[in-house]
Write a protein that binds this ligand. Structure first.
Ligand SMILES: NC(=O)c1ccc[n+]([C@@H]2O[C@H](COP(=O)([O-])OP(=O)(O)OC[C@H]3O[C@@H](n4cnc5c(N)ncnc54)[C@H](OP(=O)(O)O)[C@@H]3O)[C@@H](O)[C@H]2O)c1
Length: 178
């Protein structure tokens, strides 16, 4: 199974402020949507709070320590084949993903959830925002040398995108122990 971390960060590694994303990058949102639609996304409870409701046409898996955490939006539409599930342990997420034969599990944040999945991530899709911004949440350090990088999109600032950015894919090197 691929485990793909998807994140946008500034040059000073900021990913959030006041439980929101600190920029407006419409083209990056389109990229996020294209990558994650019809897939399974994993997020922390705080990121879920910031979204306010599950993202459509995706399985939304939410990690929380709260045993009684309930979401009123859970599967209210019977025609929606995508589900919203609550998890309390990373291991249970991995077990469920194996059980459902999921090919690519998308880890969409925030910081605490990236920290949990970085050691087992096979891929990262990082939007590097060409700015230094104020914020209260940063992307954790990771071993860049374990991955092969490729630039997959370059976008200049325009009326829909507040800053220049580029999207880089990081694929974990396979024969790292040999
Ligand atoms: N730039 C981006 O690409 C991007 C993407 C996503 C989010 N963000 C930003 O990141 C910020 C949120 O990040 P965050 O780190 O504060 O919060 P988070 O990772 O979204 O959620 C943290 C919550 O996850 C739960 N959790 C964490 N570890 C757990 C564990 N081991 N077991 C069970 N539950 C666990 C806890 O929920 P409970 O407190 O309910 O127990 C914890 O409070 C926001 O500003 C958001 O906008 C940015």
């Amino acid at each position: 199974m691929q485990i793909t971390i998807i994140v946008a960060m500034s040059e000073n590694k900021i990913i959030g402020i006041n439980n929101q994303i600190p920029w407006k990058l419409s083209t990056d949102m389109q990229f996020f949507k294209a990558q994650t639609t019809y897939q399974t996304i994993v997020m922390g409870r705080k990121t879920f709070d910031s979204l306010k409701k599950p993202l459509p046409n995706r399985n939304n898996w939410i990690l929380t320590t709260q045993k009684d955490f309930l979401i009123e939006h859970i599967n209210t539409n019977n025609e929606n084949i995508y589900t919203t599930k609550i998890f309390h342990q990373v291991e249970n997420i991995l077990e469920e993903a194996q059980k459902q034969n999921i090919k690519n599990l998308f880890i969409i944040g925030g910081k605490q959830i990236y920290e949990l999945f970085l050691p087992i991530a096979t891929d990262l899709l990082i939007t590097k925002v060409k700015a230094n911004v104020a914020g209260d949440t940063i992307f954790p350090d990771f071993e860049v040398n374990l991955f092969t990088q490729k630039t997959i999109q370059v976008q200049e600032k325009n009326e829909k995108n507040e800053f220049d950015f580029e999207i880089i894919s990081f694929e974990k090197n396979k024969n790292i122990d040999k």
